[in-house]
Ligand binder design. Structure first.
Ligand SMILES: C[S@@+](CC[C@H](N)C(=O)[O-])C[C@H]1O[C@@H](n2cnc3c(N)ncnc32)[C@H](O)[C@@H]1O
Length: 171
């Protein structure tokens, strides 16, 4: 019995270690996330206000959207493919009483309409970002701000926060 428990714990630990090296846009990469400090800087860079609707593509635990909503008064929409992070984000948003301001959708963001966004926040690998550009050009309104954390995008660059690895683009 104890041996079985030990084996299960070792497996969980190994999965946890592996998840740290899987690419950040993979559904099996739970430990790549944006800190509150970075989210704050990202939304400052985008001049976020209560008039904005922020779409976070691959919203993880919804932490950045909670900053957007609590500290900037914006509404948020998160799309997350990983069921664990999706349900965790729903729980966290519910616990903070933000369900009126933040809507969370489970699924693939390539299959969701994002035309309502005034700001898009992404922390995804370059391959996924490249694939998103045609979708941005097709669906986003002219002038929508896009903030990318860590990775560059082939879009017109408006501003950059080099210290935090944030870039602000527009369509
Ligand atoms: C690097 S994590 C960032 C999580 C969160 N945005 C943050 O900054 O804390 C990337 C997230 O995107 C999700 N993801 C990757 N591809 C996706 C897709 N096609 N549709 C929806 N979510 C996706 C992953 O499951 C993961 O939670």
């Amino acid at each position: 019995m104890l041996l079985n428990l030990f084996i299960v714990l070792v497996i969980i630990f190994l999965v946890f270690l592996l998840s740290m090296v899987w690419p950040p846009d993979s559904p099996w990469s739970p430990w790549w996330r944006t800190s509150n400090k970075v989210a704050r800087r990202a939304f400052k860079l985008a001049n976020l206000t209560e008039k904005d609707i922020v779409f976070e593509l691959g919203s993880g635990e919804g932490l950045a959207l909670m900053i957007a909503s609590e500290e900037f008064g914006a509404r948020g929409v998160g799309i997350e493919i990983d069921p664990i992070r999706f349900y965790l984000s729903r729980l966290l948003v519910w616990r903070k009483g933000l369900t009126d301001k933040i809507k969370l959708k489970r699924g693939n963001f390539f299959k969701h309409d994002i035309s309502e966004a005034s700001v898009v926040f992404v922390y995804l690998v370059p391959k996924a970002l490249d694939r998103l550009i045609p979708k941005f050009q097709r669906e986003l309104k002219k002038g929508t701000r896009i903030v990318s954390y860590k990775y560059e995008m082939d879009l017109p660059l408006l501003k950059e926060d080099k210290e935090y690895g944030l870039r602000l683009y527009t369509t």
